[in-house]
Write a protein that binds this ligand. Structure first.
Ligand code: GLU
Length: 278
């Protein structure tokens, strides 16, 4: 019987990234949109798409989890303040998801890359049967040489069936399809040992081999809504991913070339090596 081993030898996890084949890449709204206007950052999106298409050309299977539907919907409808009601947010997502896919369709097509949209809720991963069915869809898209573009199905999302954030969603997807690596693109360089926005001495943590209470405290602690740069949900995602044999990285999505550097085993961001079974 398989038993869980604590963790891989320190330092080898980055080396192993070079041979990773199936990779989930998650990008958040703060990376996709301009902070000042809330409008889509086309420069950033275009670079990201090119990098992903190139990784695909290099033989990797890429699953792309993108937020930004609600932001794109607000933009399109000229709404400045995020509404409070569920139906209004559902409507914004319904409008914005189409806008988002239109842009991805255009940019990926420029590099000859086909994409396919998958929208999920908690129900699609609720039990083994649901996970198997969802996984089959991903595998079929990948087998056809296309890149699945994934988001939560916010247009029908209500509290009972929502996963709620795309960090956790991307970890669920990575586990569901046996990905080797999950890369979460953030608006900061990785996990720091303090809050870099207020503490000049805060240092970037290169590798987290165990997600203990100290790491959770650094990330904002259980129960708080906003961790350092939204780190709390990323740590939840890291727990889920690493427990399912997926190595996770938090990397700055604003720096062009970071995806490639990370997958080359270079020291960018924070790595959470998968927990291996022996
Ligand atoms: N699914 C949401 C959207 O597309 C984003 C959720 C998140 O940012 O974590 O707007």
């Amino acid at each position: 019987m398989k038993t869980k081993k604590e963790v891989i030898t320190l330092g080898t996890a980055r080396e192993n990234l070079k041979s990773a084949r199936r990779i989930v890449i998650k990008v958040g709204t703060s990376t996709l949109a301009h902070a000042d206007t809330g409008k889509l950052n086309l420069y950033r999106i275009e670079h990201l798409v090119r990098e992903i298409a190139d990784l695909h050309n290099a033989g990797k299977e890429i699953i792309f989890v993108s937020s930004g539907a609600i932001a794109a919907g607000m933009n399109k409808l000229g709404i400045k303040v995020k509404p409070q009601t569920i139906p209004e947010n559902q409507a914004l997502a319904a409008v914005g998801q189409g806008v988002l896919m239109h842009i991805y369709e255009k940019f990926f097509a420029e590099y000859g890359q086909t994409i396919g949209q998958i929208l999920l809720t908690k129900e699609n991963a609720a039990d083994a049967h649901a996970r198997e069915n969802s996984g089959n869809s991903f595998r079929a898209i990948l087998d056809m040489g296309a890149i699945p573009v994934v988001n939560e199905n916010d247009a029908v999302g209500v509290d009972e069936i929502r996963i709620g954030d795309n960090d956790n969603l991307s970890a669920i997807v990575a586990a569901m399809i046996d990905a080797e690596v999950l890369i979460i693109l953030s608006d900061i360089d990785g996990l720091y040992d303090g809050n870099p926005k207020v503490d000049k001495d805060a240092r970037l943590i290169d590798e987290v081999t165990e997600i203990n209470s100290e790491i959770e405290r650094i990330a904002g602690g259980a129960g708080t809504k906003l961790g350092i740069g939204g780190m709390f949900t990323k740590i939840q995602a890291a727990k889920l991913a690493t427990a399912h044999g997926v190595t996770m990285l938090i990397v700055n999505g604003s720096t062009n070339g970071n995806l490639r550097r990370a997958l080359n085993g270079e020291k960018v961001g924070t790595i959470f090596p998968r927990r291996e079974s022996s």
